[in-house]
Design a protein around this ligand. Structure first.
Ligand code: HSE
Length: 435
């Protein structure tokens, strides 16, 4: 059989890794696929780099020319971002080319434009590398778990944030110092705000939520809270109480609607997710028939991410000549059954909470705080005075049982209004990960 021709857009970390995987594992890939994969054309800012990495491919300066070439069957978009990457992907689809991309931002923000165009043009868009790097979580959600009603997903899906939280906990390092280290190690995105403020994780959980529940992508509705404001005291207190703080992307189907959120979260240290450290990623999926499954691996890096890119290229190559009606749908459900569903505002989500309050160390203070929580229907799981900060001020940590977020917000506002309490109160959400 004739080889499948690939047009590669971008030779950065993942592009270079993709060329390396295709070259290093060419024989094994051909054993699996029954035909060869060949990079026929490449586009990068540097012609020298292109010649060095892909000596046999045509160098094409303009991405829009590459996506129109006769000798390109699959366009692999590894530019990132939503500028020329979006233009090139849309043009590739208009030309009827199949697309593989690692671009989570592009799909989470413009998927509702890209997937319908692909369907109209009988083209396939695959994006395994967009979520959790080398972990085949898209395949699992779209195919492996297809017999289930998925109930919830919770994932450590930003390696940079997980690395920072791990270093802060294990070494007591300051946030700013570890961020610099993460940048030096090449974990962080070009603009680290995307990592530390939750945008990157938000893009990834948005894509997983759409695949899990058969909805259009809705990044605008995703609640984002990163780790930049976390105090190392809270990491320490959480640990003393038997919890770890992780940046989680969470999506859950409830009777009222879908929860879609990213924020620092206390999780019991006995849970597997609590023990995912450093730059590693892990995703827990809870589904009605199979129960709990967990996917762990490298969420970034040249070769792990390229492993996912090449798996997508292989998938498309297998079905390139097949009947389009029997393809796996882009968002796991048949397009006619992808339905918008309510994404719950944060006030309506349900969670447990960690509160740290600084208050006057005098009789009656605890009673007043506990009274406010009771008035707002918030039940206390544990309450400890962590010590006296100075002669008159104590630090109190409260863990609550599960409640609706608006109740905790009302409680915080009322507690902050007490004369005996200093503002602001620190609030971190807590998940048992049982549902
Ligand atoms: N910057 C991302 C991370 C890399 O830290 O996980 C892959 O999306």
């Amino acid at each position: 059989m004739k080889p499948v021709n690939i047009g590669l857009l971008g030779l950065g970390t993942v592009g270079g890794g993709t060329a390396a995987v295709l070259q290093n594992n060419a024989a094994e890939i051909s054993r699996r696929l029954g035909r060869n994969l060949r990079i026929s054309a490449v586009c990068d800012l540097s012609a020298e780099k292109a010649k060095e990495i892909c000596p046999d491919a045509a160098f094409v300066k303009n991405p829009l020319d590459l996506v129109a070439r006769e000798d390109v069957d699959i366009v692999v978009e590894l530019f990132g971002g939503t500028g020329i990457a979006k233009e090139a992907v849309l043009a590739a689809l208009q030309n009827g080319k199949h697309v593989v991309t690692a671009n989570k931002k592009l799909l989470a923000e413009y998927g509702n434009e890209i997937f319908p165009l692909a369907e109209e043009k009988n083209a396939v868009v695959q994006f395994e590398a967009a979520v959790a790097g080398g972990i085949p979580i898209i395949k699992a959600l779209r195919e492996g778990l297809a017999a289930n009603n998925i109930k919830s997903i919770a994932g450590i899906i930003n390696g940079t944030s997980n690395f920072i939280l791990t270093e802060m906990r294990e070494k007591g390092s300051a946030f700013a110092d570890v961020l610099k280290e993460a940048q030096a190690l090449g974990y962080a995105e070009a603009d680290p705000t995307f990592d530390i403020e939750g945008h990157d994780a938000g893009h990834k959980i948005t894509l997983m939520s759409a695949l899990a529940f058969g909805t259009p992508v809705n990044f605008q509705a995703c609640y984002l809270e990163g780790i930049s404001k976390l105090d190392s005291r809270d990491i320490k207190y959480a640990e003393e109480l038997g919890y770890r703080i992780k940046l989680l992307g969470i999506t859950r189907k409830t009777a009222k609607g879908i929860e879609l959120r990213v924020h620092p979260t206390l999780i019991p240290e006995s849970r597997l997710l609590a023990n995912v450290n450093g730059v590693m990623n892990a995703v827990r999926v809870n589904a009605d028939m199979v129960g709990e499954t967990l996917y762990y691996g490298a969420g970034a890096g040249a070769l792990p991410t390229a492993s996912a890119v090449v798996a997508d290229i292989i998938d498309i190559s297998r079905l390139i000549d097949a009947d389009t009606a029997h393809r796996v749908p882009h968002l796991a459900f048949q397009p006619a059954h992808v339905e918008a569903q309510t994404i719950l505002p944060m006030d309506e989500i349900t969670s447990s909470y960690y509160l740290r309050v600084q208050a006057e160390d005098k009789p009656g203070t605890l009673g007043k705080i506990a009274g406010v929580l009771a008035q707002n229907n918030v039940s206390i799981e544990a309450l400890i005075q962590k010590g006296v900060i100075d002669k008159t001020t104590a630090e109190i940590v409260i863990l609550t049982h599960s409640t609706v977020e608006k109740n905790i917000k009302a409680s915080i506002a009322a507690i902050e209004a007490l004369d005996c309490v200093e503002t602001p109160i620190t609030m971190i959400r807590m998940e048992s990960l049982h549902d």
